[in-house]
Design a protein around this ligand. Sequence first.
Ligand code: ADP
Ligand code: MG
Length: 467
Amino acid sequence: MVTDRRKFSQENVEQLESNSDGFIHLDRNLRYIYVNNKTDKLLDRGRATMVGRSINDLMPELNPMILKAGRKAMEENKKQELEIYSELFQIWLRLLVCPNSDGVSVYYMDITKRKQCEEVLRQSDERFKNIFQNSKIMMAIIREKDDCHIEVNQTWLDVMGYSREEVLGRSLAELNIISGISQVRWREANQRVRNKEKLFTYEADFRTKNGEIINTLISTGPLQLNGEACRLSSVIKDLTREKNLEVELCRLDRLRLAAEMAAGLGHEIRNPLTSVRGFLQLFQGKAEFADHHSTLQLMIDELDRANVLISDYLNLARDKQVERSEQQLNSIIMDMYPLIQADALVRGKSIFLELTELPELLLDENELRQLLHNLVRNGLEAMEPGGCVTVKTFLDGAEAVLAVADWGVGIKPELISQIGTPFFTTKVTGTGLGLSVCYSIAQRHNAQMEIDSGPDGTTVYVRFKVS
Ligand code: ADP
Ligand code: MG
């Protein structure tokens, strides 16, 4: 029944017959000499009838490819490999076409399952790529062995301000992306991912290209990419706003506490002071205290100083009535100028004004005077004699900005977070209330106060919204 067995040993034939893969032996004209059992079943023609017929007759759909590979195998005397899909049998076949003395042998196997798996993998790959690239979440794939970025998504680039070329192939350390303390946490997290092979979530601070720090919650886990061990890191939450809010809330809470205390204690302290001051003035007028006149004056001056302090403190009061009206910020500054200039001159320093025209703003004149006074005073106190404080006003988009800049020593970075806390001072005779008062005045004016400080000086910006 097996056709033309001459060419095959008994052993060969048994092997071919029992093989689950297909086998076809063709002559130089690509006509059947022999097909094995598997092929017989697949074609279902009765293999005895096939001998001597061209493969054209039986597999018209596949023959162009098989013919081509068969001819090439014979011409080049080299085996050919191809993968083809049969619509008729709805299967994928992998063919090995080998030249021999009769013509060619075609070994083939059904690779439909493998192809299906490949397709599933390709689709899941595609899906992953889509999710990765289009996600609104920042994502990065980092190679374990050298910490280099292999891929980052568009959101990552948008937030961090880098171009893809700047990032790919470079490590986190090279880009100086992970800021300060986060580095420790980050290394620890990577180690944990490496050891335990699981997803790990931690907080980290990123430094963007322009130096801004963003606080994030990151999830990182192992990922195998092209046979290489990698990590997939995704920012699952941007905590920057929350962090800023927390800081702001703490500051407001401290202000509230100070304000409540101010309201309660201020008057209680001022009343006895007023009566003591009254008695001192009375004694000053009496002949028997004539020798002590200057001492009494000193005591009165000291009490007045204490009173000013209490007034400053009372200004923190939360329920303070603000009397705002539309007016020119520049006029308030001009009115104040002689006073602050005199204050500066006494200290061997000077004040410059750089005012640009602004629209009218809703301002409480008294509070603005106090704000300016406190800021200028701080500037003057931060500088050596000869220094200069510049008071500027300008428009920045929808904001009118008051800026007070000095050439002073600056504020140490580690102290910045405490600035504005009532009673925080680095000065021997300071009260630590000036900036607290400024913050509460700014707040009552819906204005934002920002401090920009470095070793070359400090600038305090107060940004008023232009209505
Ligand atoms: P005080 O001036 O009484 O110390 P402030 O609230 O006005 O209180 O200021 C608090 C602290 O902030 C100061 O002691 C100083 O350390 C710092 N500071 C404020 N303004 C400046 C400035 N322009 N330059 C340097 N340090 C400043
Ligand atoms: Mg001050």
